[in-house]
Design a protein around this ligand. Structure first.
Ligand SMILES: Cc1ncc(COP(=O)(O)O)c(C=O)c1O
Length: 461
Protein backbone atom coordinates (compact mmCIF):
# COMPACT_ATOMS: atom_id res chain seq x y z
CA UNK A 1 0.00 0.00 0.00
CA UNK A 2 1.23 3.48 -0.86
CA UNK A 3 2.43 5.41 2.20
CA UNK A 4 0.92 8.86 2.32
CA UNK A 5 3.44 11.43 3.61
CA UNK A 6 2.55 13.95 6.29
CA UNK A 7 3.35 16.88 4.02
CA UNK A 8 3.27 17.00 0.28
CA UNK A 9 5.12 19.85 -1.41
CA UNK A 10 4.74 20.17 -5.16
CA UNK A 11 7.91 21.25 -6.93
CA UNK A 12 8.38 24.79 -8.22
CA UNK A 13 7.94 23.47 -11.77
CA UNK A 14 4.61 21.93 -10.83
CA UNK A 15 3.21 25.22 -9.57
CA UNK A 16 0.32 26.26 -11.84
CA UNK A 17 1.20 28.97 -14.37
CA UNK A 18 -2.40 30.00 -14.93
CA UNK A 19 -5.28 30.96 -12.65
CA UNK A 20 -8.61 29.24 -13.16
CA UNK A 21 -11.80 31.26 -13.63
CA UNK A 22 -14.57 29.29 -11.91
CA UNK A 23 -17.25 31.36 -13.64
CA UNK A 24 -16.30 29.74 -16.94
CA UNK A 25 -17.62 26.41 -15.59
CA UNK A 26 -20.82 27.78 -14.09
CA UNK A 27 -24.03 26.92 -15.95
CA UNK A 28 -25.54 30.18 -14.69
CA UNK A 29 -23.38 33.28 -14.26
CA UNK A 30 -23.54 35.40 -11.10
CA UNK A 31 -25.67 38.51 -11.60
CA UNK A 32 -23.68 41.51 -12.87
CA UNK A 33 -22.44 44.42 -10.78
CA UNK A 34 -24.84 47.30 -11.34
CA UNK A 35 -24.65 51.06 -10.98
CA UNK A 36 -26.62 52.18 -7.90
CA UNK A 37 -28.11 55.14 -9.81
CA UNK A 38 -28.90 53.76 -13.27
CA UNK A 39 -29.24 50.12 -12.09
CA UNK A 40 -27.49 49.14 -15.35
CA UNK A 41 -24.66 46.57 -15.54
CA UNK A 42 -21.24 48.16 -15.27
CA UNK A 43 -18.56 47.96 -17.95
CA UNK A 44 -14.78 48.22 -17.72
CA UNK A 45 -14.94 51.99 -18.33
CA UNK A 46 -17.32 52.45 -15.40
CA UNK A 47 -15.03 50.50 -13.08
CA UNK A 48 -11.75 52.00 -14.33
CA UNK A 49 -11.82 55.10 -12.05
CA UNK A 50 -11.98 52.76 -9.03
CA UNK A 51 -10.07 49.61 -10.05
CA UNK A 52 -6.91 49.03 -12.09
CA UNK A 53 -8.00 48.51 -15.68
CA UNK A 54 -6.71 44.95 -16.03
CA UNK A 55 -8.39 44.01 -12.75
CA UNK A 56 -11.64 45.59 -13.96
CA UNK A 57 -11.39 43.37 -17.05
CA UNK A 58 -10.82 40.28 -14.93
CA UNK A 59 -13.77 41.29 -12.78
CA UNK A 60 -16.15 41.29 -15.72
CA UNK A 61 -14.76 38.31 -17.62
CA UNK A 62 -16.95 35.30 -16.91
CA UNK A 63 -15.90 33.21 -19.89
CA UNK A 64 -12.10 32.90 -20.16
CA UNK A 65 -11.31 29.63 -18.35
CA UNK A 66 -7.59 30.15 -17.73
CA UNK A 67 -5.64 33.38 -17.25
CA UNK A 68 -1.83 33.43 -17.51
CA UNK A 69 -0.15 34.42 -14.27
CA UNK A 70 2.34 37.19 -15.18
CA UNK A 71 5.96 36.06 -14.84
CA UNK A 72 6.68 38.83 -12.27
CA UNK A 73 3.85 37.48 -10.11
CA UNK A 74 5.11 33.92 -10.51
CA UNK A 75 8.53 35.07 -9.32
CA UNK A 76 7.01 36.28 -6.06
CA UNK A 77 4.79 33.21 -5.72
CA UNK A 78 7.92 31.08 -5.95
CA UNK A 79 9.22 32.66 -2.73
CA UNK A 80 6.43 30.96 -0.77
CA UNK A 81 4.61 28.58 -3.08
CA UNK A 82 3.70 25.83 -3.74
CA UNK A 83 2.20 25.69 -0.25
CA UNK A 84 2.07 22.31 1.50
CA UNK A 85 -0.84 19.90 1.53
CA UNK A 86 -0.78 18.24 4.93
CA UNK A 87 -2.39 15.04 6.12
CA UNK A 88 -3.75 15.63 9.65
CA UNK A 89 -2.78 12.20 10.97
CA UNK A 90 -2.56 13.38 14.60
CA UNK A 91 -5.93 15.13 14.48
CA UNK A 92 -7.54 12.06 12.90
CA UNK A 93 -6.15 9.93 15.71
CA UNK A 94 -7.36 12.33 18.39
CA UNK A 95 -10.84 12.28 16.90
CA UNK A 96 -10.83 8.51 16.43
CA UNK A 97 -12.27 8.97 12.97
CA UNK A 98 -11.89 6.68 9.96
CA UNK A 99 -11.93 9.84 7.79
CA UNK A 100 -8.78 11.06 6.08
CA UNK A 101 -8.27 14.76 6.78
CA UNK A 102 -6.08 16.93 4.56
CA UNK A 103 -5.46 20.63 4.81
CA UNK A 104 -3.88 23.13 2.49
CA UNK A 105 -1.74 25.43 4.60
CA UNK A 106 -1.54 29.03 3.37
CA UNK A 107 0.02 30.51 6.50
CA UNK A 108 3.62 29.73 5.60
CA UNK A 109 4.49 33.09 4.12
CA UNK A 110 5.51 36.30 5.86
CA UNK A 111 2.02 37.77 5.71
CA UNK A 112 0.74 34.66 7.48
CA UNK A 113 -2.26 34.08 5.23
CA UNK A 114 -3.61 33.32 1.76
CA UNK A 115 -4.18 37.05 1.20
CA UNK A 116 -0.73 37.44 -0.35
CA UNK A 117 -1.85 35.45 -3.43
CA UNK A 118 -4.13 38.25 -4.58
CA UNK A 119 -2.12 41.12 -3.07
CA UNK A 120 0.86 40.31 -5.28
CA UNK A 121 -1.32 40.13 -8.38
CA UNK A 122 -3.16 43.36 -7.64
CA UNK A 123 -0.02 45.32 -6.78
CA UNK A 124 1.61 44.04 -9.97
CA UNK A 125 -1.27 45.25 -12.17
CA UNK A 126 -1.28 48.63 -10.40
CA UNK A 127 2.43 49.02 -11.09
CA UNK A 128 1.98 47.98 -14.71
CA UNK A 129 -0.60 50.71 -15.10
CA UNK A 130 1.89 53.32 -13.87
CA UNK A 131 -0.04 54.19 -10.72
CA UNK A 132 1.72 55.68 -7.69
CA UNK A 133 -0.13 53.56 -5.17
CA UNK A 134 -3.27 51.83 -3.96
CA UNK A 135 -5.78 52.24 -1.16
CA UNK A 136 -7.52 49.49 0.74
CA UNK A 137 -9.30 48.42 3.90
CA UNK A 138 -8.27 45.74 6.33
CA UNK A 139 -10.31 43.99 8.99
CA UNK A 140 -8.19 41.68 11.05
CA UNK A 141 -5.05 43.05 9.41
CA UNK A 142 -4.02 40.09 7.26
CA UNK A 143 -5.03 41.67 3.96
CA UNK A 144 -3.40 44.99 4.89
CA UNK A 145 -0.21 43.15 5.83
CA UNK A 146 -0.17 41.16 2.60
CA UNK A 147 -0.86 44.20 0.46
CA UNK A 148 1.79 46.29 2.26
CA UNK A 149 4.35 43.61 1.48
CA UNK A 150 3.30 43.38 -2.16
CA UNK A 151 3.28 47.17 -2.60
CA UNK A 152 6.67 47.52 -1.00
CA UNK A 153 8.04 44.85 -3.36
CA UNK A 154 6.66 46.58 -6.46
CA UNK A 155 7.46 50.12 -5.25
CA UNK A 156 3.92 51.44 -4.66
CA UNK A 157 2.45 53.45 -1.80
CA UNK A 158 -0.21 51.68 0.26
CA UNK A 159 -2.92 53.51 2.24
CA UNK A 160 -4.68 51.12 4.59
CA UNK A 161 -7.94 51.93 6.40
CA UNK A 162 -7.95 49.51 9.30
CA UNK A 163 -11.16 48.66 11.20
CA UNK A 164 -10.84 50.64 14.43
CA UNK A 165 -11.29 47.75 16.88
CA UNK A 166 -8.50 45.77 15.15
CA UNK A 167 -6.29 48.86 15.02
CA UNK A 168 -6.63 49.16 18.78
CA UNK A 169 -6.44 45.43 19.56
CA UNK A 170 -3.58 44.53 17.22
CA UNK A 171 -0.80 47.12 17.42
CA UNK A 172 1.71 44.61 16.08
CA UNK A 173 -0.21 44.16 12.84
CA UNK A 174 0.01 47.90 12.37
CA UNK A 175 3.74 47.75 13.09
CA UNK A 176 4.26 45.05 10.45
CA UNK A 177 2.47 47.21 7.89
CA UNK A 178 4.73 50.08 9.03
CA UNK A 179 7.81 47.99 8.27
CA UNK A 180 6.57 47.82 4.69
CA UNK A 181 5.93 51.61 4.64
CA UNK A 182 2.14 51.45 4.55
CA UNK A 183 0.15 54.40 5.94
CA UNK A 184 -2.39 52.93 8.35
CA UNK A 185 -5.48 54.92 9.45
CA UNK A 186 -8.06 53.64 11.96
CA UNK A 187 -11.53 53.55 10.37
CA UNK A 188 -13.92 55.28 10.54
CA UNK A 189 -11.71 58.36 10.45
CA UNK A 190 -12.07 62.08 9.95
CA UNK A 191 -9.94 61.94 6.80
CA UNK A 192 -12.80 61.11 4.44
CA UNK A 193 -16.34 62.32 3.92
CA UNK A 194 -17.65 58.76 4.32
CA UNK A 195 -15.79 58.35 7.63
CA UNK A 196 -17.04 61.69 8.97
CA UNK A 197 -20.62 60.78 8.10
CA UNK A 198 -20.39 57.36 9.79
CA UNK A 199 -18.83 58.97 12.89
CA UNK A 200 -21.51 61.65 13.03
CA UNK A 201 -24.22 58.99 12.99
CA UNK A 202 -22.47 56.60 15.33
CA UNK A 203 -19.60 58.30 17.23
CA UNK A 204 -18.73 55.23 19.33
CA UNK A 205 -18.57 52.76 16.48
CA UNK A 206 -15.65 50.34 16.51
CA UNK A 207 -15.84 50.22 12.73
CA UNK A 208 -16.43 47.44 10.25
CA UNK A 209 -15.03 46.27 6.95
CA UNK A 210 -17.96 47.98 5.24
CA UNK A 211 -16.99 51.37 6.77
CA UNK A 212 -13.33 50.94 5.91
CA UNK A 213 -14.15 50.05 2.29
CA UNK A 214 -16.12 53.30 1.92
CA UNK A 215 -13.13 55.30 3.12
CA UNK A 216 -10.60 53.48 0.96
CA UNK A 217 -12.73 53.82 -2.20
CA UNK A 218 -13.18 57.53 -1.54
CA UNK A 219 -9.43 58.02 -0.99
CA UNK A 220 -8.69 56.35 -4.34
CA UNK A 221 -11.33 58.27 -6.27
CA UNK A 222 -10.08 61.56 -4.74
CA UNK A 223 -6.44 60.85 -5.68
CA UNK A 224 -6.66 62.58 -9.04
CA UNK A 225 -6.22 59.32 -10.94
CA UNK A 226 -2.87 58.39 -9.38
CA UNK A 227 -4.21 55.61 -7.14
CA UNK A 228 -6.78 52.88 -7.38
CA UNK A 229 -8.71 50.96 -4.78
CA UNK A 230 -7.95 47.27 -4.25
CA UNK A 231 -9.98 44.77 -2.26
CA UNK A 232 -8.79 41.54 -0.68
CA UNK A 233 -11.96 39.50 -0.95
CA UNK A 234 -15.51 39.27 -2.36
CA UNK A 235 -14.64 40.30 -5.94
CA UNK A 236 -14.47 37.87 -8.86
CA UNK A 237 -10.87 38.93 -9.62
CA UNK A 238 -9.77 37.98 -6.08
CA UNK A 239 -11.33 34.52 -6.37
CA UNK A 240 -9.52 34.16 -9.69
CA UNK A 241 -6.13 34.86 -8.05
CA UNK A 242 -6.93 32.59 -5.13
CA UNK A 243 -7.66 29.68 -7.49
CA UNK A 244 -3.96 28.85 -7.14
CA UNK A 245 -4.87 27.29 -3.77
CA UNK A 246 -7.38 24.89 -5.30
CA UNK A 247 -5.28 24.10 -8.36
CA UNK A 248 -2.30 23.15 -6.22
CA UNK A 249 -4.50 21.17 -3.84
CA UNK A 250 -6.03 19.17 -6.66
CA UNK A 251 -2.65 18.43 -8.21
CA UNK A 252 -1.17 17.35 -4.87
CA UNK A 253 -4.15 15.13 -4.12
CA UNK A 254 -3.86 13.57 -7.55
CA UNK A 255 -0.21 12.77 -6.77
CA UNK A 256 -1.46 10.90 -3.73
CA UNK A 257 -4.20 9.15 -5.68
CA UNK A 258 -6.80 11.04 -3.65
CA UNK A 259 -9.88 13.14 -4.40
CA UNK A 260 -11.91 14.85 -1.67
CA UNK A 261 -15.45 13.79 -0.81
CA UNK A 262 -15.90 17.02 1.10
CA UNK A 263 -14.14 20.39 0.81
CA UNK A 264 -14.51 22.77 3.76
CA UNK A 265 -13.47 26.41 4.04
CA UNK A 266 -14.15 29.45 6.15
CA UNK A 267 -16.08 32.23 4.47
CA UNK A 268 -15.67 35.93 5.18
CA UNK A 269 -16.03 37.51 1.77
CA UNK A 270 -15.37 34.17 0.12
CA UNK A 271 -11.90 34.50 -1.41
CA UNK A 272 -10.07 31.54 0.14
CA UNK A 273 -13.10 29.30 -0.18
CA UNK A 274 -13.73 30.36 -3.77
CA UNK A 275 -10.08 29.71 -4.60
CA UNK A 276 -9.87 26.39 -2.78
CA UNK A 277 -13.00 24.95 -4.33
CA UNK A 278 -12.53 26.31 -7.87
CA UNK A 279 -11.32 23.15 -9.67
CA UNK A 280 -13.39 20.82 -7.48
CA UNK A 281 -16.58 22.81 -8.01
CA UNK A 282 -15.86 22.82 -11.77
CA UNK A 283 -15.66 19.00 -11.65
CA UNK A 284 -18.95 18.93 -9.78
CA UNK A 285 -20.71 21.35 -12.13
CA UNK A 286 -19.56 19.44 -15.20
CA UNK A 287 -20.66 16.12 -13.69
CA UNK A 288 -17.12 14.69 -13.48
CA UNK A 289 -17.13 14.24 -9.72
CA UNK A 290 -19.54 14.41 -6.86
CA UNK A 291 -18.03 16.48 -4.09
CA UNK A 292 -19.69 18.30 -1.20
CA UNK A 293 -18.59 21.87 -0.58
CA UNK A 294 -19.16 23.37 2.87
CA UNK A 295 -18.75 27.05 3.78
CA UNK A 296 -18.22 27.85 7.46
CA UNK A 297 -19.11 31.23 8.90
CA UNK A 298 -19.44 32.80 12.36
CA UNK A 299 -22.88 32.67 13.98
CA UNK A 300 -22.36 36.37 14.79
CA UNK A 301 -22.15 37.32 11.10
CA UNK A 302 -24.19 34.69 9.25
CA UNK A 303 -24.38 36.00 5.66
CA UNK A 304 -25.04 32.63 4.02
CA UNK A 305 -27.09 30.92 6.69
CA UNK A 306 -29.36 33.82 7.68
CA UNK A 307 -28.75 36.47 5.02
CA UNK A 308 -30.82 37.42 1.99
CA UNK A 309 -29.85 36.95 -1.65
CA UNK A 310 -30.20 40.53 -2.80
CA UNK A 311 -28.52 43.42 -4.55
CA UNK A 312 -26.56 45.39 -1.97
CA UNK A 313 -23.72 47.83 -1.52
CA UNK A 314 -20.35 46.28 -0.75
CA UNK A 315 -19.69 48.99 1.86
CA UNK A 316 -21.44 50.82 4.68
CA UNK A 317 -21.11 54.31 3.18
CA UNK A 318 -22.90 53.16 0.00
CA UNK A 319 -20.23 54.39 -2.41
CA UNK A 320 -19.56 51.09 -4.22
CA UNK A 321 -21.48 49.43 -7.08
CA UNK A 322 -24.29 47.05 -6.16
CA UNK A 323 -23.55 43.32 -6.15
CA UNK A 324 -26.09 40.51 -5.92
CA UNK A 325 -25.00 38.38 -3.02
CA UNK A 326 -25.98 36.82 0.28
CA UNK A 327 -25.99 39.81 2.58
CA UNK A 328 -27.02 40.95 6.03
CA UNK A 329 -27.46 44.47 4.69
CA UNK A 330 -24.66 47.01 4.35
CA UNK A 331 -25.98 48.72 7.50
CA UNK A 332 -25.38 45.58 9.59
CA UNK A 333 -22.51 46.12 12.02
CA UNK A 334 -21.46 42.72 13.37
CA UNK A 335 -20.61 42.30 17.04
CA UNK A 336 -16.92 42.36 17.90
CA UNK A 337 -16.18 38.75 16.94
CA UNK A 338 -12.50 37.81 17.25
CA UNK A 339 -12.39 36.46 13.69
CA UNK A 340 -12.19 39.98 12.26
CA UNK A 341 -11.71 38.69 8.71
CA UNK A 342 -15.15 37.07 8.80
CA UNK A 343 -16.99 40.18 9.99
CA UNK A 344 -18.38 41.24 6.64
CA UNK A 345 -22.04 41.78 5.78
CA UNK A 346 -21.85 40.34 2.25
CA UNK A 347 -20.39 37.41 0.35
CA UNK A 348 -18.70 36.76 -3.00
CA UNK A 349 -21.31 36.97 -5.81
CA UNK A 350 -19.82 33.79 -7.33
CA UNK A 351 -20.23 31.78 -4.13
CA UNK A 352 -23.61 33.38 -3.48
CA UNK A 353 -24.87 32.21 -6.87
CA UNK A 354 -23.50 28.69 -6.34
CA UNK A 355 -25.10 28.52 -2.90
CA UNK A 356 -28.38 29.91 -4.17
CA UNK A 357 -28.45 27.31 -6.94
CA UNK A 358 -27.86 24.49 -4.46
CA UNK A 359 -24.29 23.59 -5.40
CA UNK A 360 -22.84 24.16 -1.95
CA UNK A 361 -23.79 24.13 1.73
CA UNK A 362 -23.11 26.47 4.63
CA UNK A 363 -22.92 26.11 8.42
CA UNK A 364 -22.28 28.58 11.21
CA UNK A 365 -20.60 28.20 14.59
CA UNK A 366 -20.29 30.26 17.75
CA UNK A 367 -16.84 31.58 18.47
CA UNK A 368 -16.23 29.52 21.63
CA UNK A 369 -16.91 26.34 19.59
CA UNK A 370 -14.41 27.59 17.02
CA UNK A 371 -11.68 28.30 19.59
CA UNK A 372 -12.18 24.88 21.17
CA UNK A 373 -11.49 23.38 17.74
CA UNK A 374 -8.53 25.74 17.20
CA UNK A 375 -6.88 24.62 20.42
CA UNK A 376 -7.40 20.92 19.72
CA UNK A 377 -5.88 21.46 16.28
CA UNK A 378 -2.92 23.43 17.66
CA UNK A 379 -2.17 20.72 20.21
CA UNK A 380 -2.34 17.90 17.67
CA UNK A 381 -0.99 19.49 14.48
CA UNK A 382 1.38 22.05 16.09
CA UNK A 383 0.14 25.04 14.09
CA UNK A 384 -1.64 27.88 15.91
CA UNK A 385 -4.44 28.74 13.50
CA UNK A 386 -5.93 32.15 12.77
CA UNK A 387 -9.43 32.44 14.29
CA UNK A 388 -10.84 32.73 10.75
CA UNK A 389 -9.13 29.52 9.66
CA UNK A 390 -10.33 27.80 12.83
CA UNK A 391 -13.86 27.99 11.47
CA UNK A 392 -12.80 25.62 8.70
CA UNK A 393 -11.10 23.39 11.26
CA UNK A 394 -14.33 23.18 13.25
CA UNK A 395 -16.28 22.37 10.07
CA UNK A 396 -13.78 19.66 9.10
CA UNK A 397 -13.78 18.16 12.60
CA UNK A 398 -17.57 17.89 12.54
CA UNK A 399 -17.45 16.19 9.14
CA UNK A 400 -14.86 13.76 10.51
CA UNK A 401 -17.00 13.06 13.58
CA UNK A 402 -19.95 12.28 11.31
CA UNK A 403 -17.70 9.69 9.64
CA UNK A 404 -16.91 8.25 13.05
CA UNK A 405 -20.63 7.70 13.60
CA UNK A 406 -21.27 6.16 10.19
CA UNK A 407 -17.94 4.34 9.91
CA UNK A 408 -17.25 5.93 6.51
CA UNK A 409 -13.62 6.64 5.58
CA UNK A 410 -14.32 9.83 3.67
CA UNK A 411 -11.60 12.14 2.42
CA UNK A 412 -11.96 15.64 3.80
CA UNK A 413 -9.99 18.62 2.52
CA UNK A 414 -10.04 21.95 4.31
CA UNK A 415 -8.32 25.28 3.88
CA UNK A 416 -6.03 26.39 6.68
CA UNK A 417 -5.80 29.99 5.59
CA UNK A 418 -3.44 31.43 8.15
CA UNK A 419 -1.69 31.53 11.48
CA UNK A 420 -2.99 33.20 14.62
CA UNK A 421 0.12 34.71 16.20
CA UNK A 422 -1.34 38.23 16.13
CA UNK A 423 -4.59 36.97 17.64
CA UNK A 424 -3.32 36.22 21.11
CA UNK A 425 -5.83 38.60 22.74
CA UNK A 426 -8.52 36.36 21.33
CA UNK A 427 -6.84 33.17 22.53
CA UNK A 428 -6.30 34.75 25.94
CA UNK A 429 -9.95 35.73 26.13
CA UNK A 430 -10.99 32.15 25.31
CA UNK A 431 -8.53 30.56 27.75
CA UNK A 432 -9.60 32.85 30.59
CA UNK A 433 -13.27 32.03 30.01
CA UNK A 434 -14.07 35.65 29.14
CA UNK A 435 -15.06 34.97 25.54
CA UNK A 436 -18.78 35.34 24.94
CA UNK A 437 -20.96 34.12 22.09
CA UNK A 438 -23.14 36.76 20.60
CA UNK A 439 -25.70 35.58 18.10
CA UNK A 440 -27.86 38.30 16.51
CA UNK A 441 -31.60 38.05 17.04
CA UNK A 442 -34.01 38.16 14.10
CA UNK A 443 -34.78 41.75 15.14
CA UNK A 444 -31.06 42.65 14.98
CA UNK A 445 -30.84 41.17 11.50
CA UNK A 446 -33.99 42.96 10.38
CA UNK A 447 -32.27 46.31 11.04
CA UNK A 448 -29.59 45.29 8.54
CA UNK A 449 -32.15 44.07 6.00
CA UNK A 450 -33.96 47.41 6.30
CA UNK A 451 -30.81 49.01 4.87
CA UNK A 452 -31.02 47.01 1.61
CA UNK A 453 -31.56 49.20 -1.46
CA UNK A 454 -35.19 49.59 -2.36
CA UNK A 455 -34.88 48.78 -6.05
CA UNK A 456 -36.99 46.66 -8.42
CA UNK A 457 -34.32 43.92 -8.42
CA UNK A 458 -34.90 43.46 -4.67
CA UNK A 459 -38.68 43.15 -4.82
CA UNK A 460 -40.03 40.07 -3.09
CA UNK A 461 -36.81 38.98 -1.38
C1 LIG B 1 -6.58 34.09 7.78
C2 LIG B 1 -7.85 34.49 7.11
N1 LIG B 1 -8.70 33.53 6.70
C3 LIG B 1 -9.87 33.83 6.11
C4 LIG B 1 -10.25 35.13 5.92
C5 LIG B 1 -11.58 35.40 5.30
O1 LIG B 1 -11.53 36.02 4.06
P1 LIG B 1 -12.01 35.29 2.76
O2 LIG B 1 -13.39 34.80 3.01
O3 LIG B 1 -11.97 36.34 1.72
O4 LIG B 1 -11.06 34.19 2.49
C6 LIG B 1 -9.40 36.17 6.31
C7 LIG B 1 -9.78 37.58 6.09
O5 LIG B 1 -9.16 38.49 6.54
C8 LIG B 1 -8.17 35.84 6.92
O6 LIG B 1 -7.32 36.78 7.30
Amino acid sequence: MKTIPHRLYLTEEQMPKQWFNLRSAMPQQPDPLIHPGTLQPLGVDDLAPIFCTELARQELDGSTPYVDIPSEVLEVYKMYRPSPLIRAYALEKALGTPAKIYYKFEGNNTSGSHKLNSAVAQAYYAKQQGLSGVTTETGAGQWGTALSEACSYFGLTCDVYMVKCSYEQKPFRKAVMGVFDAAVTPSPSNTTQAGRKILAENPDTTGSLGCAISEAVEAAVQSGGTKRYVLGSVLNQVLLHQSIIGLESKLAMEELGEYPDVVVGCAGGGSNLGGLIAPFMADKLTGKKDVRIVAVEPASCPSFTRGKYAYDFCDTGKVTPLARMYTLGSGFIPSANHAGGLRYHGMSPILSKLYHDGHMEAVSYKQTQVFEAAILFAKRETILPAPESAHAIKGAIDEALKCKETGEAKTILFGLTGTGYFDMTAYESYLSGRMSDYVPTDADLQKGFDSLPNIPQNQGI
